[in-house]
Design a protein around this ligand. Structure first.
Ligand code: ACK
Length: 805
């Protein structure tokens, strides 16, 4: 409002005009209009502007400029541009520097100049131009505007920088981050775990030059005893109500309820007890049930009990202390005798367990995994023995033993291996081992979003006790199902429930105690990846696409580490949420055999999604993580091609033959060479030569950190040499019409515009330039690229004599 402190020289050049805006607020405008006089050199210098730590700044100018043609007699001297400069300085001392020390930013021209006529109509054609400057190395700078004989009114100068605003993602806080100096630079920023959380995988995000956070990597987890809610970790309520059951002179039975706010699925409870005032000598029992009997206690003595729950995130806090007393000696002496054999058996079990552990350790032959098991086993074994100078062991619940040895697997907390639900005799047991039972009344079904093999897929909301309602996807099992269908349907939940990873679809639970039977998972707003990409063709940056691929690779790394082979990895089996986070889904037991519409019967009788499957898996059903890597390469191709069908309309038989003969899919258009190379690596015939998922993740991370490595694209002529020529839409021969061509490259929406503007033949289309496309209203850069690349490719093919245009 006051004096801007800008300096104009010579004095009769730029002139400050006090005006008011539409709200009658005073505004400054600088004008100059020496169009009739020779050799103008009028400077306008701003005051010192601090760059506030930014190394790249943007300057937005709003101005009007007079059309020289509309000036009678001024044509010889009149100009229609002016120049913008800057000079960096740490303080205001730089003000009196010479003109030639200023660095030119650009010559500014008007998109629209105004004429006498416009003046008469009082139409002011305001131009907006933005320029950026960087890298800046000092604390601030001056701007200068040089007029050399134009008629200009400078109405507004806005100077700004861009930043990625502070955000909490994956329980990590990322600070306000000023974007980098380079317009293509991605700054890697480390997040700091929020209160009560700890690092799982170092959380990082990338701040783009446009001020957007991209490609979150890693995450924090709430500490043991805390649960995640609205991007914070708050302590869960501990076990609150503990009731005593049967009490004898040597034993106390207890039961309790699940905590009000369990931290995920409760895997087990830990019960700590000790004789009152003897806290140093305590016993710990682990149980999967909400009841236990502590025996071997002293008659007529008070005991203190505390219970805590364990979920995948760790232990919650202990409950308050509950105190109960055993019966005095005179009560139920005879019934007590029956306990003795049990105690003896239990102690024996404990000793055998310990012997097994020591055997493992002493044998010295165990692999890393084996040692992990052994040490975990030791930790779990101690409930069967006394702790410090405690008492003989409490009665061991058979459930606890199953926890140690489950269907021949040693399944202990902390050992992350996948267990095939088929190994369970009773599939219901597998479901309840890995999936939480949800009451149907907690679920509100809102709408049907699709059809699954077993019934409808719906979206809805889940309200769990003590938690805020949140959106979920619900798969239902249709009425009239057979026992096998029910088993297969719930099999997916038994598999999914074993996984816990940000790039694997998360299971909330199952409804099995009422009908319809349901599987409830997290809701993924953008649905399946193939449909989503087709709908948004050409609309993402390469970095965004690579971010999606990185997520999928990270999920697959987790699965392969768990020993799980997916067998049907394809873009249609990836779900994508509103943050563009991709998650691997579809873990059906019979999936590969039955429910994938892409799966076809092979000569050996199996049903396999041919286009996505590695040759060794098609030929002799050798499904491994390496065959998943082949499928991953196909997913990369689908993503970079925005959901195009691999091998287009080739028949399955032709695909098998072509792949056997060494042909591979051509590079998608505009594909960075590094990504296409990775695809080709995934499609190595020798499965041992294919990269592993951890290598793929590292490779993609490297590309994301160094986006300039993505700038080298597979060039059109090398693409041609890779083409499965007869089957590429581009190489499939001359197009009969412009419509057919645009349809083939999925740009059919522009057919009418092309025809209306005279591009009605392929000959005419061949002349189209980028400028023409913009004029036709093809404004999306992705679409412009697609059309121009296709034209370019047709021209290359013409040169090569491959496909006549
Ligand atoms: O492409 P879509 O919208 O995404 O159509 C299919 C449909 O259900 C049948 O599978 C959608 N779908 C499946 N699981 C989920 C989920 N967890 N969140 C959102 N949509 C889902 C899928």
């Amino acid at each position: 409002m006051g004096d801007l402190g800008w300096i104009a020289y010579p004095k009769n050049g730029w002139e400050e005009i006090g005006e008011v805006d539409e709200n009658y607020a005073p505004i400054h405008t600088y004008q100059v209009c020496k169009v009739m006089e020779q050799n103008q050199n009028n400077w306008l210098l701003t005051s010192w502007i601090s760059n506030e730590g930014a190394s790249r700044i943007f300057i937005e100018l709003k101005f009007t400029l007079r059309d020289c043609n509309s000036l009678p007699g001024g044509l010889g001297t009149c100009k229609e541009t002016f120049n913008m400069y800057y000079f960096e300085s740490d303080d205001e001392d730089g003000r009196n520097i010479k003109e030639n020390q200023y660095i030119k930013i650009d010559t500014i021209a008007a998109d629209e100049s105004f004429t006498e006529l416009d003046l008469g109509d009082r139409v002011m054609k305001l131009n907006t131009e933005v320029r950026d400057v960087g890298p800046l190395t000092k604390k601030g700078f001056y701007l200068a505007f040089q007029d050399v004989g134009a008629c200009i009114a400078l109405v507004s100068v806005r100077v700004y920088y861009k930043k990625c605003p502070s955000v909490i993602r994956n329980l990590a806080r990322f600070p306000d981050t000023i974007t980098g100096a380079d317009s293509s630079q991605l700054l890697e920023v480390s997040g700091i775990c929020i209160n009560h959380s700890v690092t799982d995988e170092a959380p990082k995000m990338h701040c783009s030059a446009e001020g957007e956070w991209l490609v979150p990597i890693g995450k924090c987890l709430c500490k043991a005893g805390y649960e995640e809610k609205n991007n914070t970790c708050q302590a869960p309520s501990p076990v609150s109500s503990v009731k005593k059951g049967k009490i004898t002179k040597n034993s106390i039975s207890l039961s309790w309820q699940e905590p009000d706010r369990p931290n995920g699925i409760i895997l087990e409870y830990e019960i700590k007890y000790f004789e009152k005032d003897q806290e140093m000598s305590y016993t710990i029992i682990k149980s999967k049930e909400t009841t236990i009997t502590a025996d071997g206690l002293k008659p007529g003595s008070a005991y203190v009990f505390q219970i805590r729950a364990r979920t995948a995130a760790g232990y919650g806090g202990f409950s308050r202390r509950f105190e109960f007393e055993t019966s005095p000696v005179s009560v139920a002496v005879s019934s007590d005798q029956s306990q003795i054999p049990i105690i003896v058996v239990s102690v024996t079990v404990g000793v055998i367990l310990l012997a097994v552990v020591i055997g493992f350790l002493l044998s010295g032959s165990c692999c890393d995994h084996g040692c992990g098991w052994a040490s975990s086993l030791r930790a779990v074994a101690y409930p069967s023995l006394t702790w410090r100078c405690g008492y003989s062991k409490a009665k061991q619940d058979p459930e606890e033993e199953k926890m140690h040895f489950h269907n021949g697997h040693i399944k202990l907390p902390g050992v992350r291996t996948y267990i095939d639900p088929h190994t369970y005799e009773d599939p219901n047991q597998a479901v309840h081992e890995f999936a939480k039972e949800i009451e149907a009344s907690c679920i509100t079904i809102e709408r049907v979003i699709g059809a699954g093999e077993f019934g409808e897929v719906c979206s809805g909301r889940l309200k769990l006790q003590g938690k805020r309602e949140f959106p979920v996807a619900i798969k239902t099992l249709k009425v009239g199902y057979t026992e096998k269908q029910r088993r297969d349907f719930l099999g997916e939940a038994s598999i999914m429930g074993q996984f816990d990873h940000p790039n694997i679809i998360h299971l909330e639970g199952v409804v099995t105690k009422s009908k319809p039977v349901m599987i409830v998972t997290e809701y993924m707003e953008n649905g399946s990846l193939d449909t989503f990409l087709k709908k948004n063709d050409g609309q993402f940056t390469v970095i965004q696409l690579v971010g999606m691929l990185r997520g999928i690779a990270s999920g697959m790394k987790y699965l392969s580490d768990m020993g799980y082979v997916h067998r049907d990895l394809a873009a249609r089996n990836i779900l994508i949420n509103s943050n563009l986070v991709c998650k691997v889904s579809d873990f059906g037991l019979s999936r590969v055999l039955e429910d994938d519409p892409e799966a076809a019967y092979t000569t050996r009788g199996g049903k396999i999604p041919i286009r996505w499957t590695a040759p060794e898996a098609i030929s002799f059903r050798k499904f491994t993580s390496a065959s998943d890597v082949w499928s991953y390469g196909i997913v990369m191709w689908e993503v970079m091609f925005y959901g195009e069908r691999p091998y287009w309309e080739m028949t399955n038989q032709d695909v098998i033959k072509a792949v056997e003969e060494g042909y591979r899919l051509p590079s998608p258009m505009d594909c960075p060479a590094a990504l296409y190379q990775l695809m080709l690596d995934c499609w190595q015939k020798d499965r041992n030569s294919r990269p592993k998922f951890d290598e793929i993740v590292s490779m993609l991370d490297k590309l994301i950190r160094n986006p300039s490595s993505l700038k080298t694209l597979v060039n059109a002529s090398s693409r041609v040499s890779n083409l499965l020529v007869e089957h590429s839409p581009v190489g499939s021969g001359a197009y009969r019409s412009v419509g057919e061509w645009l349809e083939a490259i999925k740009m059919g929406r522009y057919t009418e515009i092309f025809m209306e503007n005279g591009y009605s033949s392929m000959d005419a289309v061949a002349q189209v330039t980028l400028e023409d496309l913009r004029r036709l209203g093809v404004t999306l850069v992705g679409h412009q690229k697609k059309i121009m690349n296709s034209l370019q490719e047709m021209k290359v093919q013409l040169v090569n004599g491959m496909v006549p245009l």
